[in-house]
Ligand binder design. Structure first.
Ligand code: FES
Length: 144
């Protein structure tokens, strides 16, 4: 019984993988399976949490060294694309100075992902906005 159940679960998992790959493409798929920088950070220099009109939230955590992003992480309680977009926002911000990190946009995230289905594009804008708020929070407190 357990063996049969496991086989059914494996089959179901494969179907989900195949459908996700087909709908979202390889860039999204690989990040969805292993989202880099996922997890809440202890003692960040700046943090922001934004909730979209869909009800999903993206949190961005940053640390800085000499006004350059030195550590990044994110958390999302939302859809798969919001996780992927949070991960890409972190990837793009890491190593950037405050000005360049603050100017990362939803379009930049969509470009890396080679697009998202139209009804999921807002996930990229939510992640970018959370990143921008986090950087601006740091600037307000630390950059004169
Ligand atoms: Fe709203 Fe993805 S962030 S559906």
């Amino acid at each position: 019984m357990t063996k049969e159940l496991n086989a059914q679960l494996d089959e179901l998992q494969e179907k989900i993988y195949d459908q996700t790959l087909e709908v979202f493409g390889p860039e999204v798929f690989k990040r969805w399976k292993e989202p880099a920088y996922m997890g809440r950070m202890k003692n960040p220099h700046s943090y922001a949490r934004l909730t979209g009109s869909c009800g999903d939230s993206v949190e961005i955590y940053l640390k800085f060294e000499e006004d350059r992003v030195s550590e990044v992480s994110f958390f999302s309680d939302g859809c798969g694309p919001s996780v992927v977009c949070g991960s890409v926002a972190c990837e793009l911000a890491l190593g950037k100075d405050v000005e360049n990190a603050a100017s990362i946009t939803g379009e930049d995230i969509l470009h890396i992902l080679k697009g998202l289905p139209e009804d999921k594009e807002h996930c990229a804008y939510l992640a970018a906005q959370a990143l921008q708020e986090t950087v601006h929070g740091y600037i307000k407190k630390n950059v004169t």
